[in-house]
Design a binder for this molecule. Sequence first.
Ligand code: 6PG
Length: 240
Amino acid sequence: MTNIRVAPDVAALARQAADTIQDVANTAISQTRQFSIALSGGSTPKTLFDLLAAEYKQKIDWANSHIFWSDERCVPPDDADSNYKVARETLLDHVPLPASNVYRIKGELDPAEGAGQYEETLRTYFHDQLPRFDIILLGMGDDGHTASLFPGTEALTEMERWVVPNHVATAKQTWRITFTVPVINNAANVMVLVAGSDKATRLKQVIQGAYMPNELPSQLIKPTDGILIWAVDHAAASLL
Ligand code: 6PG
């Protein structure tokens, strides 16, 4: 099932996303006493992270929440480009979350080693079953990439491994570590946060255009037994 939810602005987008995370967390914890979420990187989630830190300390049972990342840049955890660093500084350091519930991707390691270690982390947490996250957060780049699944890259067609290194020529010739499509599409909920008019053309192509997943990797995101939420602001949705 796919929902397209349009919020008037970034603040309202963050509010809607925070409420969705609260609902999914409360349901998961009432059913299994634990909640698993994978965070995305980039700039769009910052407003959400700030809001969660400011107003959701008591509304979410952080003690039973387990925090993962859907992708990471291959940099140390204190690097300005680190997705972990952004989330730690804007959210994780401000909520009552046990350090043992935070599973960061080790971007400082050799990319293949970092990806391999993170797959082992997922195997341990999900007891060797294909991970089924309660919710995975994603973004979308203006080139149509999501997580670190960039157009024309090797990771797009990986169907066996859960986490892979991915060399991205278009992102400053860097290595990334990313969830693969099977992991993302096995989630109970996937929420893609997209904001800004610079994303409007690409978003229309991804949602309403021809199916071209090698050029528009965000089109690969179709949960097999879950909900896909396009959480977008008015500016990004202006051409839909
Ligand atoms: C990353 C992300 C990436 C991001 C998009 C959108 O590590 O960069 O996980 O997939 O979500 O690039 O980024 P913005 O939110 O900055 O537009």
